[in-house]
Design a protein around this ligand. Sequence first.
Ligand code: ADP
Ligand code: MG
Length: 407
Amino acid sequence: MRFIFRPPAAEAAGLLGLPWDRPLTSWPDDVLTTVPQRGISRHVVRFVASEGTVYALKEIVEPLARKEYALLGDFAAEGLPTVDVVGICVDRPDDQPAILITRYLDYSVSYRHLFSTPRGDLSVEPLIDTMVQLLVRLHLNGVFWGDCSLSNTLFRPDAGTMDAYLVDAETVERHATLSDGQRLDDLDIAIDRVGAELLDLQAGALLPAGVDPVETALGLRAKYDALWNELVREEVVDPDNRASGLTERLQRLNDLGFDAEEIELVTSDVQAVVRVRTQVAEPDNHRRELFRLSGLEVQENQARRLLGDLRGYRACLEQRDGGELPDTVAGHRWVDEAYQPVVDSVPADLLGRLAPAEVFHEILEHRWFLSEVEGEDVGTTTAAQSYFSTVLRHTAPALPEAGSLIR
Ligand SMILES: Nc1ncnc2c1ncn2[C@@H]1O[C@H](COP(=O)(O)OP(=O)(O)O)[C@@H](O)[C@H]1O
Ligand SMILES: [Mg+2]
């Protein structure tokens, strides 16, 4: 047998003791980890925990395992949202297929998990929106997915929105750029797959009433076209207001999570045409700023939300003590005095349901909501206790064997 791992290889050492010579289906229960409900898969997929990290193992023929291993590595290097690949195991005895090893995406959930354990009013549209964003990102980078579906996408709550990650790259084709025909073929595949998956949910009485599976799937096309056109269209701007026309166009791109790689401005006496070559922006300004100030690593919208709270906290401290605080002092005081106490107050049996930053965000929302009802600020401690019993307790665990892992 042969193992091929991406650095850092240290974590791989813990995995080497697993029974790789046996078919995944016959691995004993005590080496496997149960995870919340997953997407539908063709291959045998199992999960294991090693030194506090959970890994997904997929049995798949060697050429495809090698292909997926290389592609997922490239995607990560390019900043595309995907699961982290760790390595492959090949040359297993008795001509068994290879095994692809990826790191379990923490706090991610499959669409089946979301629909089987809905929190409040689960709406399909945000899932479709975030999938469209993902597909457009891939297409801008010359990636033809070939199997875009709800099952092949993982979802992660991000302060009121959802982030989407590609999980299955087996069918991917890479090109320098995609033709319109290739993009639209890929979109047709997505519509077919999503339609079938939603019909399946409906058959299992899991789809919210009033959601039409076929209409919803077909709706992908309009959403995709609108986003794609916004990103690539040429724009004629008033030659006298070239600068502001250009600024507005770039601002819209940024708002959508994209950046201009190159801008071409063609002017004549009568008009100016702006052409923008768009690229995927790593939407991480807030993440980076929060990390600089506090050392916390969270998702982008969560970071935006937490930074707002940090600024408010800092302003209070500065007003009370009558002086400016250095950035990192303010950041660390906010972590120690505001953020961490709330995160630490999550009851042990409710750990692993949502990422700590998501819990903090939801408590802030809950505090606002309760304060509106009460007509006065209820404070974070009261809000947190109420949130734990009325909201978090009714949220399904998202981490494998929640509670046994680190917070
Ligand atoms: N790294 C991972 N993190 C979280 N879930 C995963 C991971 N890898 C696979 N899964 C889950 O397992 C399911 C099947 O994996 P996938 O790669 O799509 O297999 P297949 O090629 O058989 O379709 C996915 O839908 C997803 O729910
Ligand atoms: Mg799949």
